[in-house]
Design a protein around this ligand. Structure first.
Ligand code: 2NL
Length: 349
């Protein structure tokens, strides 16, 4: 460059170069560095202004001055890129320092799901009957009228159907109002072998919801079919169940009742777990709490299941795990079970 010393444009370029680098050195943010670029390298920037002057020079001076200006331009562009990279790096370093995560801080515990109270009771019931040789049989929630009513000894228009307010899908298809249709499926699948099954599952009834009635609820039914099965077997099984579920000294009584699919039919009470039979508000001063319904399988139902009632007999029972849970834990409203209120659900698991 020495040979151009003295040319006023070259001096200008050299001053500009020094001055631009000096000002760039103070810049620490991206907005300012871009302003710097526009000021020096932009279309109306300082360097461009000086380069316009080249046109006024004598022709023999232009190439050399042009070269100097190109060198200055390249140097400033390179300095700009370096500065931008430095600023970004500095910003990153600052962010990393400011937002550093303290991995030694205690974590927020993840909230765990729980087993629904009805499911817990279902499992307890299943475990008790499983010890007595009953196997779980799963069955569908949408049933034909045939299985939900007819094969259970309730032909169309039979008045006993009024015991179940039914959700109809269409004239022939319903949401099961009890788990009994599943028992028919089990009998038809396994006959003429003897069976001992329990059938847990959701049932549906078209009912006004109150503290004692829900539109959906669980039921667990049990069924034993074989030769020489008597009501004494039923009583033994249910006493065992009551004692394992509610305590060793529970007393159980059978009361005459009626179901279309059992004959004879009974309702089963145990002595009140609150007052031990003395009489209190829970048992309405009777000393007894109803826990389930049961009976000997009606001969026609056995026949519908594929068994010859002259050879086979059986017992069946049905209970509501929500009711069992309410009795066991003193819950006074069945609506808690399906309202998804964690304050309820978290207390029972
Ligand atoms: C109740 C009463 C009961 C049955 C269910 C049944 C099933 C077949 C044949 C005979 Cl396939 N019986 N089930 C019998 C008596 C009572 O349930 O109060 N449940 C909550």
């Amino acid at each position: 460059m020495a040979e151009h010393d003295g040319n006023p444009l070259v001096t200008q370029l050299q001053t500009l170069h020094t001055e631009a680098l000096a000002s760039l050195a103070h810049i620490t943010d991206l907005t300012a560095v871009d302003t710097w670029r526009i000021d020096y390298l932009g279309r109306r920037g300082a360097l461009t202004q000086v380069m316009r002057g080249i046109g006024t020079l004598a022709a023999e001076q232009r190439p050399a001055v042009g070269q100097v200006s190109n060198e200055v331009k390249a140097a400033l562009e390179a300095a700009f890129e370096t500065r931008v990279a430095d600023i970004k790096q500095a910003q990153l370093t600052r962010t990393l320092a400011q937002e550093r995560i303290d991995v030694t801080l205690p974590g927020v515990p993840a909230s765990l799901g729980r087993v629904h109270p009805s499911t817990q009771t279902l499992r307890e019931i299943a475990a008790i009957f499983s010890d007595m040789g009953f196997q779980i049989f799963d069955s569908r929630e949408v049933e034909s009228d045939l299985y939900n009513f007819e094969l259970l000894n309730m032909p169309p228009y039979h008045p006993a159907r009024d015991m179940w307010d039914t959700f109809y899908i269409n004239e022939r298809v319903v949401l099961r109002t009890h788990t009994s249709p599943g028992q028919i499926h089990a009998m038809r699948l396994y006959h003429p072998e003897p069976i001992r099954v329990i059938l847990p599952g959701m049932c549906y009834r078209y009912e006004a919801i109150t503290a004692r009635h829900e539109m959906m609820f669980h039921q667990v039914e049990g069924l034993a079919v074989g030769t020489n099965i008597t009501m004494a077997d039923l009583k033994g099984v249910l006493v065992t169940f009551a004692r394992r579920m509610f305590g060793d000294n529970r007393r159980v009584r059978f009361r005459c009742s009626h179901f279309p699919f059992t004959e004879p039919s009974v309702e089963v009470d145990m002595d009140c777990i609150v007052c031990n039979g003395q009489g209190c508000t829970i048992c309405k001063h009777s000393g007894w709490l109803e826990i389930l319904g049961a009976g000997m399988v009606h001969p026609q139902v056995l026949r519908n299941g594929g068994y010859d009632p002259e050879v086979f007999s059986g017992f069946a029972f049905g209970m509501g795990p929500e009711r069992i849970t309410m009795l066991k834990y003193g819950i006074d409203d069945i609506r808690y079970f399906f309202s998804n209120d964690l304050r309820f659900l978290e207390q029972l698991s």
